[in-house]
Design a protein around this ligand. Sequence first.
Ligand code: NAD
Length: 284
Amino acid sequence: MEYVKLNNGVEMPMLGFGVYQIPAEDTKRCVLEAVSVGYRSIDTAQAYANEAEVGEAVRICGIPREELFLTTKIWISNGGYDKARASIDESLRRLKTDYIDLMLIHQPFNDYYGTYRAMEEACRSGKIRAIGVSNFMPDRFIDIAGFVETVPAVNQLEVHVFQQQKKAREILGKYGTRIMAWSPLAQGKNNLFTNEDLTAVGEKYGKTAAQVNLRFLIQSGVAVIPKSTHIERMEENFDLFDFTLTDDEMKKLEALDLGHSQFIDHYAPEVAEMFVNAGKAHMV
Ligand code: NAD
Protein backbone atom coordinates (compact mmCIF):
# COMPACT_ATOMS: atom_id res chain seq x y z
CA MET A 1 0.00 0.00 0.00
CA GLU A 2 1.16 3.51 -0.75
CA TYR A 3 0.43 6.32 1.70
CA VAL A 4 0.41 10.08 1.35
CA LYS A 5 1.12 12.56 4.14
CA LEU A 6 -1.72 15.08 4.46
CA ASN A 7 -1.04 18.77 5.24
CA ASN A 8 -1.38 18.09 8.98
CA GLY A 9 0.99 15.09 8.96
CA VAL A 10 -1.70 12.38 9.04
CA GLU A 11 -0.93 9.48 6.68
CA MET A 12 -3.70 8.44 4.29
CA PRO A 13 -3.74 5.30 2.12
CA MET A 14 -3.76 6.09 -1.62
CA LEU A 15 -6.27 3.27 -2.15
CA GLY A 16 -9.46 2.68 -0.22
CA PHE A 17 -12.86 1.05 -0.52
CA GLY A 18 -16.04 3.09 -1.15
CA VAL A 19 -19.45 1.99 0.10
CA TYR A 20 -21.81 4.40 -1.69
CA GLN A 21 -24.98 2.59 -2.85
CA ILE A 22 -24.08 -0.59 -0.98
CA PRO A 23 -27.34 -1.47 0.79
CA ALA A 24 -27.01 -1.53 4.58
CA GLU A 25 -27.73 -5.29 4.64
CA ASP A 26 -24.71 -6.00 2.38
CA THR A 27 -22.28 -3.47 3.83
CA LYS A 28 -20.86 -5.54 6.69
CA ARG A 29 -20.02 -8.44 4.35
CA CYS A 30 -18.51 -6.13 1.72
CA VAL A 31 -16.32 -4.25 4.22
CA LEU A 32 -15.15 -7.53 5.81
CA GLU A 33 -14.27 -8.89 2.36
CA ALA A 34 -12.49 -5.66 1.43
CA VAL A 35 -10.45 -5.80 4.64
CA SER A 36 -9.59 -9.46 3.96
CA VAL A 37 -8.35 -8.43 0.49
CA GLY A 38 -6.08 -5.83 2.14
CA TYR A 39 -8.01 -2.54 2.01
CA ARG A 40 -7.38 -0.45 5.11
CA SER A 41 -9.24 2.71 4.12
CA ILE A 42 -13.05 2.79 4.00
CA ASP A 43 -15.11 5.71 2.65
CA THR A 44 -18.68 6.14 3.87
CA ALA A 45 -21.01 9.09 4.56
CA GLN A 46 -23.96 10.01 6.76
CA ALA A 47 -26.06 10.09 3.57
CA TYR A 48 -25.15 6.51 2.58
CA ALA A 49 -27.13 5.14 5.54
CA ASN A 50 -24.53 2.43 6.17
CA GLU A 51 -22.13 3.96 8.73
CA ALA A 52 -23.41 1.56 11.41
CA GLU A 53 -22.68 -1.48 9.24
CA VAL A 54 -19.22 -0.15 8.37
CA GLY A 55 -18.68 0.28 12.11
CA GLU A 56 -19.80 -3.26 12.83
CA ALA A 57 -17.37 -4.66 10.25
CA VAL A 58 -14.56 -2.53 11.69
CA ARG A 59 -15.39 -3.76 15.19
CA ILE A 60 -15.17 -7.46 14.29
CA CYS A 61 -12.64 -7.51 11.44
CA GLY A 62 -9.66 -8.29 13.67
CA ILE A 63 -7.50 -5.46 12.33
CA PRO A 64 -6.31 -2.99 15.00
CA ARG A 65 -8.27 0.27 14.71
CA GLU A 66 -5.09 2.30 14.23
CA GLU A 67 -4.29 0.34 11.06
CA LEU A 68 -7.60 1.40 9.50
CA PHE A 69 -8.46 4.78 7.97
CA LEU A 70 -12.15 5.72 8.22
CA THR A 71 -13.62 8.56 6.18
CA THR A 72 -17.15 9.86 6.56
CA LYS A 73 -19.00 12.99 5.43
CA ILE A 74 -21.46 15.43 6.96
CA TRP A 75 -24.65 15.70 4.91
CA ILE A 76 -26.24 19.01 3.90
CA SER A 77 -29.15 18.61 6.37
CA ASN A 78 -26.64 18.46 9.21
CA GLY A 79 -25.08 21.74 8.08
CA GLY A 80 -24.36 24.57 10.54
CA TYR A 81 -22.36 24.47 13.76
CA ASP A 82 -24.89 22.96 16.19
CA LYS A 83 -26.28 20.25 13.93
CA ALA A 84 -22.88 19.36 12.52
CA ARG A 85 -21.46 19.07 16.04
CA ALA A 86 -24.26 16.68 17.09
CA SER A 87 -23.92 14.74 13.85
CA ILE A 88 -20.20 14.16 14.40
CA ASP A 89 -21.06 12.45 17.69
CA GLU A 90 -23.76 10.42 15.91
CA SER A 91 -21.30 9.30 13.23
CA LEU A 92 -18.83 8.28 15.94
CA ARG A 93 -21.56 6.29 17.68
CA ARG A 94 -22.69 4.57 14.48
CA LEU A 95 -19.11 3.83 13.44
CA LYS A 96 -18.42 2.44 16.95
CA THR A 97 -15.14 4.26 17.17
CA ASP A 98 -13.47 6.95 19.31
CA TYR A 99 -12.19 8.86 16.31
CA ILE A 100 -12.76 9.39 12.60
CA ASP A 101 -9.61 9.60 10.47
CA LEU A 102 -11.03 11.98 7.89
CA MET A 103 -14.29 13.92 8.02
CA LEU A 104 -15.50 15.87 4.99
CA ILE A 105 -18.30 18.31 4.24
CA HIS A 106 -20.18 16.27 1.64
CA GLN A 107 -21.50 19.12 -0.51
CA PRO A 108 -20.96 22.91 -0.59
CA PHE A 109 -24.49 23.77 0.56
CA ASN A 110 -26.15 25.04 3.75
CA ASP A 111 -24.04 26.80 6.40
CA TYR A 112 -20.79 25.05 5.58
CA TYR A 113 -18.71 27.55 7.56
CA GLY A 114 -20.57 26.50 10.69
CA THR A 115 -20.11 22.86 9.72
CA TYR A 116 -16.41 23.46 9.22
CA ARG A 117 -16.04 25.15 12.63
CA ALA A 118 -17.65 22.11 14.26
CA MET A 119 -15.17 19.85 12.46
CA GLU A 120 -12.22 22.05 13.46
CA GLU A 121 -13.34 21.86 17.09
CA ALA A 122 -13.76 18.06 16.88
CA CYS A 123 -10.30 17.85 15.38
CA ARG A 124 -8.83 19.80 18.30
CA SER A 125 -10.56 17.53 20.80
CA GLY A 126 -9.28 14.35 19.09
CA LYS A 127 -12.59 13.11 17.65
CA ILE A 128 -11.31 13.63 14.10
CA ARG A 129 -7.73 13.35 12.81
CA ALA A 130 -8.08 15.32 9.57
CA ILE A 131 -10.80 17.46 7.98
CA GLY A 132 -11.70 18.46 4.47
CA VAL A 133 -14.41 18.99 1.92
CA SER A 134 -16.01 17.22 -1.01
CA ASN A 135 -17.44 18.56 -4.26
CA PHE A 136 -15.99 22.00 -3.58
CA MET A 137 -15.16 23.12 -7.11
CA PRO A 138 -12.25 25.62 -7.36
CA ASP A 139 -14.42 28.71 -6.68
CA ARG A 140 -16.05 27.29 -3.51
CA PHE A 141 -12.76 25.72 -2.45
CA ILE A 142 -10.84 29.02 -2.66
CA ASP A 143 -13.61 30.68 -0.64
CA ILE A 144 -13.54 28.20 2.25
CA ALA A 145 -9.78 27.69 2.27
CA GLY A 146 -9.33 31.45 2.51
CA PHE A 147 -11.48 32.02 5.59
CA VAL A 148 -10.94 29.03 7.89
CA GLU A 149 -8.17 28.30 10.38
CA THR A 150 -7.40 24.79 9.11
CA VAL A 151 -6.82 24.52 5.38
CA PRO A 152 -8.76 21.43 4.16
CA ALA A 153 -6.51 18.36 4.06
CA VAL A 154 -8.57 16.71 1.31
CA ASN A 155 -11.11 17.65 -1.34
CA GLN A 156 -13.00 14.58 -2.58
CA LEU A 157 -13.96 15.15 -6.22
CA GLU A 158 -15.09 13.15 -9.22
CA VAL A 159 -11.84 12.07 -10.88
CA HIS A 160 -11.18 9.35 -13.49
CA VAL A 161 -9.48 9.32 -16.90
CA PHE A 162 -12.42 11.12 -18.50
CA GLN A 163 -12.64 13.86 -15.84
CA GLN A 164 -9.11 14.56 -14.66
CA GLN A 165 -9.87 17.86 -12.84
CA LYS A 166 -6.71 19.50 -14.12
CA LYS A 167 -7.75 23.02 -13.02
CA ALA A 168 -8.85 21.85 -9.57
CA ARG A 169 -5.56 19.97 -9.14
CA GLU A 170 -3.59 23.09 -9.94
CA ILE A 171 -5.57 25.17 -7.42
CA LEU A 172 -5.58 22.54 -4.66
CA GLY A 173 -1.85 22.05 -5.15
CA LYS A 174 -1.29 25.67 -4.11
CA TYR A 175 -3.02 24.96 -0.79
CA GLY A 176 -1.38 21.60 -0.13
CA THR A 177 -4.83 19.95 -0.27
CA ARG A 178 -4.96 16.37 -1.55
CA ILE A 179 -7.52 15.05 -3.98
CA MET A 180 -9.39 11.86 -3.23
CA ALA A 181 -11.24 10.61 -6.31
CA TRP A 182 -14.90 9.70 -6.05
CA SER A 183 -16.28 7.36 -8.73
CA PRO A 184 -12.67 6.70 -9.78
CA LEU A 185 -14.00 4.11 -12.26
CA ALA A 186 -16.66 6.56 -13.51
CA GLN A 187 -19.06 3.74 -12.53
CA GLY A 188 -18.11 2.32 -15.94
CA LYS A 189 -19.57 5.29 -17.82
CA ASN A 190 -18.30 6.13 -21.30
CA ASN A 191 -17.35 2.42 -21.60
CA LEU A 192 -14.38 2.85 -19.30
CA PHE A 193 -14.01 -0.90 -18.72
CA THR A 194 -13.57 -1.57 -22.46
CA ASN A 195 -11.78 1.64 -23.45
CA GLU A 196 -9.27 0.84 -26.22
CA ASP A 197 -6.41 2.97 -24.88
CA LEU A 198 -6.72 1.68 -21.32
CA THR A 199 -6.97 -1.89 -22.59
CA ALA A 200 -3.96 -1.50 -24.89
CA VAL A 201 -1.78 -0.14 -22.08
CA GLY A 202 -3.02 -2.90 -19.78
CA GLU A 203 -2.07 -5.68 -22.21
CA LYS A 204 1.61 -4.88 -21.69
CA TYR A 205 1.30 -5.43 -17.91
CA GLY A 206 -1.40 -8.11 -17.82
CA LYS A 207 -3.82 -5.60 -16.28
CA THR A 208 -7.42 -4.61 -17.04
CA ALA A 209 -8.66 -1.21 -18.19
CA ALA A 210 -10.02 -0.63 -14.66
CA GLN A 211 -6.59 -1.30 -13.14
CA VAL A 212 -4.79 0.96 -15.62
CA ASN A 213 -7.27 3.78 -14.93
CA LEU A 214 -6.79 3.44 -11.14
CA ARG A 215 -3.01 3.17 -11.48
CA PHE A 216 -3.04 6.32 -13.66
CA LEU A 217 -4.82 8.24 -10.90
CA ILE A 218 -2.53 7.01 -8.14
CA GLN A 219 0.55 7.87 -10.20
CA SER A 220 -0.97 11.33 -10.74
CA GLY A 221 -1.07 11.77 -6.94
CA VAL A 222 -4.82 11.21 -6.62
CA ALA A 223 -6.08 8.82 -3.91
CA VAL A 224 -8.81 6.41 -5.08
CA ILE A 225 -11.75 4.64 -3.38
CA PRO A 226 -13.30 2.23 -5.92
CA LYS A 227 -16.46 0.38 -4.92
CA SER A 228 -17.53 -3.17 -5.67
CA THR A 229 -19.73 -5.73 -3.98
CA HIS A 230 -17.82 -8.63 -5.64
CA ILE A 231 -14.65 -9.90 -3.97
CA GLU A 232 -12.97 -10.70 -7.33
CA ARG A 233 -13.36 -7.06 -8.36
CA MET A 234 -12.22 -5.85 -4.95
CA GLU A 235 -9.07 -7.95 -5.56
CA GLU A 236 -8.68 -6.62 -9.09
CA ASN A 237 -9.03 -3.00 -7.92
CA PHE A 238 -6.50 -3.62 -5.13
CA ASP A 239 -3.85 -5.16 -7.38
CA LEU A 240 -2.24 -1.90 -8.50
CA PHE A 241 1.19 -1.76 -6.92
CA ASP A 242 3.27 -4.17 -9.03
CA PHE A 243 3.48 -2.07 -12.19
CA THR A 244 4.35 1.51 -13.11
CA LEU A 245 3.09 3.39 -16.17
CA THR A 246 5.78 5.05 -18.28
CA ASP A 247 5.79 8.81 -18.92
CA ASP A 248 4.55 8.17 -22.49
CA GLU A 249 1.68 6.03 -21.20
CA MET A 250 0.77 8.69 -18.63
CA LYS A 251 0.70 11.30 -21.44
CA LYS A 252 -1.43 9.07 -23.64
CA LEU A 253 -3.96 8.63 -20.82
CA GLU A 254 -3.91 12.34 -19.97
CA ALA A 255 -5.30 12.88 -23.47
CA LEU A 256 -8.46 10.91 -22.55
CA ASP A 257 -9.64 13.81 -20.38
CA LEU A 258 -12.99 15.17 -21.56
CA GLY A 259 -12.80 17.98 -19.00
CA HIS A 260 -16.34 17.59 -17.72
CA SER A 261 -18.32 15.44 -15.33
CA GLN A 262 -19.88 12.12 -16.30
CA PHE A 263 -22.47 12.65 -13.56
CA ILE A 264 -23.29 16.15 -12.44
CA ASP A 265 -22.54 19.83 -13.04
CA HIS A 266 -22.02 21.53 -9.71
CA TYR A 267 -22.35 24.94 -11.35
CA ALA A 268 -25.86 24.26 -12.75
CA PRO A 269 -28.75 26.03 -10.91
CA GLU A 270 -31.00 22.95 -11.18
CA VAL A 271 -28.30 20.86 -9.49
CA ALA A 272 -28.04 23.43 -6.70
CA GLU A 273 -31.83 23.28 -6.26
CA MET A 274 -31.71 19.49 -6.12
CA PHE A 275 -29.09 19.57 -3.35
CA VAL A 276 -30.90 22.29 -1.41
CA ASN A 277 -34.10 20.22 -1.51
CA ALA A 278 -32.20 17.08 -0.50
CA GLY A 279 -30.63 19.06 2.35
CA LYS A 280 -34.02 20.10 3.71
CA ALA A 281 -34.95 16.50 4.49
CA HIS A 282 -34.41 15.75 8.17
CA MET A 283 -31.39 13.71 9.10
CA VAL A 284 -29.52 13.14 12.36
P1 NAD B 1 -16.91 3.58 -8.95
O1 NAD B 1 -16.38 4.51 -10.00
O2 NAD B 1 -16.01 3.09 -7.88
O3 NAD B 1 -17.59 2.38 -9.74
C1 NAD B 1 -18.17 1.33 -9.02
C2 NAD B 1 -18.93 0.41 -9.98
O4 NAD B 1 -18.08 -0.03 -11.04
C3 NAD B 1 -19.37 -0.86 -9.25
O5 NAD B 1 -20.64 -0.68 -8.72
C4 NAD B 1 -19.33 -1.90 -10.34
O6 NAD B 1 -20.54 -1.86 -11.07
C5 NAD B 1 -18.23 -1.43 -11.22
N1 NAD B 1 -16.91 -2.05 -10.98
C6 NAD B 1 -16.09 -1.87 -9.90
N2 NAD B 1 -14.92 -2.48 -10.10
C7 NAD B 1 -14.97 -3.06 -11.32
C8 NAD B 1 -14.06 -3.80 -12.09
N3 NAD B 1 -12.84 -4.06 -11.64
N4 NAD B 1 -14.45 -4.23 -13.32
C9 NAD B 1 -15.69 -3.95 -13.80
N5 NAD B 1 -16.61 -3.24 -13.11
C10 NAD B 1 -16.24 -2.78 -11.89
O7 NAD B 1 -18.22 4.28 -8.35
P2 NAD B 1 -18.75 4.88 -7.00
O8 NAD B 1 -19.21 3.84 -6.07
O9 NAD B 1 -19.71 5.95 -7.40
O10 NAD B 1 -17.47 5.65 -6.36
C11 NAD B 1 -16.60 5.05 -5.45
C12 NAD B 1 -16.77 5.65 -4.07
O11 NAD B 1 -16.61 7.07 -4.11
C13 NAD B 1 -18.20 5.50 -3.52
O12 NAD B 1 -18.48 4.19 -3.11
C14 NAD B 1 -18.18 6.52 -2.42
O13 NAD B 1 -17.50 6.02 -1.31
C15 NAD B 1 -17.41 7.66 -3.09
N6 NAD B 1 -18.31 8.67 -3.71
C16 NAD B 1 -18.36 9.91 -3.17
C17 NAD B 1 -19.14 10.90 -3.73
C18 NAD B 1 -19.15 12.28 -3.14
O14 NAD B 1 -20.03 13.08 -3.49
N7 NAD B 1 -18.21 12.60 -2.28
C19 NAD B 1 -19.91 10.63 -4.88
C20 NAD B 1 -19.85 9.35 -5.42
C21 NAD B 1 -19.04 8.38 -4.84
